[in-house]
Write a protein that binds this ligand. Structure first.
Ligand SMILES: *Cc1c(COP(=O)(O)O)cnc(C)c1O
Length: 381
């Protein structure tokens, strides 16, 4: 089945009792049983809920995986993966990571005796400099947030597999429409469903998708034991959002390209970070592992000051100044003071995240209106 057909149909069947074409919201905490040892596959809603189950099947299909597990947020999903580890285990990850993941790794899990190596993963060979017998997990994010670096998933997997290391990929920025890490050899795909999958800025949710049955059992056990599960109403909203994922992504990509090209040719703009440019340092890998280049991009102003950046962000009218991404509406964000504020300044600057860097999540509006908004705002700075 092709992607768009899966987006509309996978995991979803007419309700057996009424024929309702939309999956009902099973707003229930428990299920009545016939006898103590006999139930219809549902005992208590932390463990399973039919609306959530439909969504999990849909997500698994979109990522070409066997199993999907939903969590109450993207961080809840990431938390479950790290809980596979034991004290003394080591993790290799990127030095250009979603701020919340960095914060969780450093401030929550290091004190449980798990060691994290933050390295430049845009060169997969760097893994060899830190990998050792204690390394249990490689955590990849690509494209990276907010610098739009591309990590070669297949190259990383090749090194990890030789060393028996689990590979997990945060696929939030690409969405399953643009990139399917399991097909490239990864063991686990993580999504902040909050972003493109939900797509309408009305849900916070996370998910893991994988193929290995044993790993699935372990993660399902953690999900049920720790309890970071989403509710049925949110599961319904995401099921509904997914039905247009391919249509939205097509428009995000078209608009993203137009705005990236416009900014690149603008005299007041410094650098534009977008993997679709042929002179982007990892363009070839992006082209190899992604279907298109998405609607996320970042840029700096030639006049690299926080004042000018702030002025621009206050001058836009259609772009909303907000955290998050992947919704139908265009957003503008200042990583240094918003999404990435929890990363110490020296660390930020090391990876090129300067004070004037601005990130855009390009929505599905008409590109002409978005361009006009940027034009009028740039005229004011
Ligand atoms: C938003 C985001 C997360 C965290 O997801 P939540 O749903 O906000 O918990 C993780 N990774 C990336 C790349 C994100 O953009």
């Amino acid at each position: 089945m092709k992607f768009g057909t899966k987006a509309v149909h996978a995991g979803v069947e007419p309700d057996p009792s009424t024929g309702a074409i939309m999956t009902p919201i099973y707003q229930t905490s428990t299920y009545v049983q016939e006898s103590p040892a006999k139930h219809k596959g549902y005992a208590y809603a932390r463990g399973a809920n039919p609306t959530r189950n439909s969504l999990q099947k849909s997500l698994a299909a979109l990522e070409n995986g066997k199993y999907g597990i939903c969590f109450s947020s993207g961080m809840g999903a990431t938390d479950a993966v790290i809980k596979l580890l034991n004290p003394g285990d080591e993790v290799i990850t990127s030095n250009d990571l979603y701020g919340g993941s960095y914060r969780m790794f450093k401030r929550v899990f290091e004190k449980y005796g798990i060691k994290f190596h933050f390295i430049d993963l845009t060169n997969a060979a760097n893994i060899n400099t830190v990998i050792n017998a204690k390394t249990k997990l490689l955590w990849i994010e690509t494209p990276t947030n907010p610098l739009m670096n591309i990590v070669d998933i297949e190259a990383c997997v090749a090194i990890a597999k030789k060393n028996d290391v689990i590979v997990a990929v945060d696929n939030t920025f690409a969405s399953p429409y643009l990139q399917n890490p399991l097909d490239l050899g990864a063991d686990i795909v993580m999504h902040s469903v909050t972003k493109y999958l939900g797509g309408h800025s009305d849900v916070v949710m996370g998910a893991l998708v994988l193929n290995d049955e044993k790993l699935y059992q372990e993660l399902h056990f953690i999900m049920n034991s720790c309890g970071a599960v989403p509710g049925p109403q949110d599961s319904f909203l995401v099921l509904r959002g997914i039905k247009t994922l391919h249509l939205r992504m097509e428009r995000h990509c078209i608009n993203g390209r137009k705005i990236a090209e416009y900014l690149k040719s603008h005299p007041k703009i410094g650098k534009v970070y977008w993997p679709g440019f042929t002179d982007h340092p990892n363009h070839a890998i992006a082209k190899k592992q992604m279907r298109d280049f998405g609607g996320m991009l970042s840029f700096t102003l030639k006049d690299d000051s926080i004042e000018k950046a702030t002025q621009l962000m206050e001058s836009v009218e259609l772009f909303a100044l907000a955290e998050s991404l992947g919704g139908v509406e265009s957003l503008i964000n200042h990583p240094a003071s918003m999404t990435h504020a929890s990363i110490p300044k020296e660390e930020r600057l090391k990876s090129g995240l300067v004070d004037s860097l601005i990130r855009l999540s390009i929505g599905v509006e008409d590109a002409e209106d978005l361009l006009a908004d940027l034009e009028q705002a740039l005229n004011k700075v």
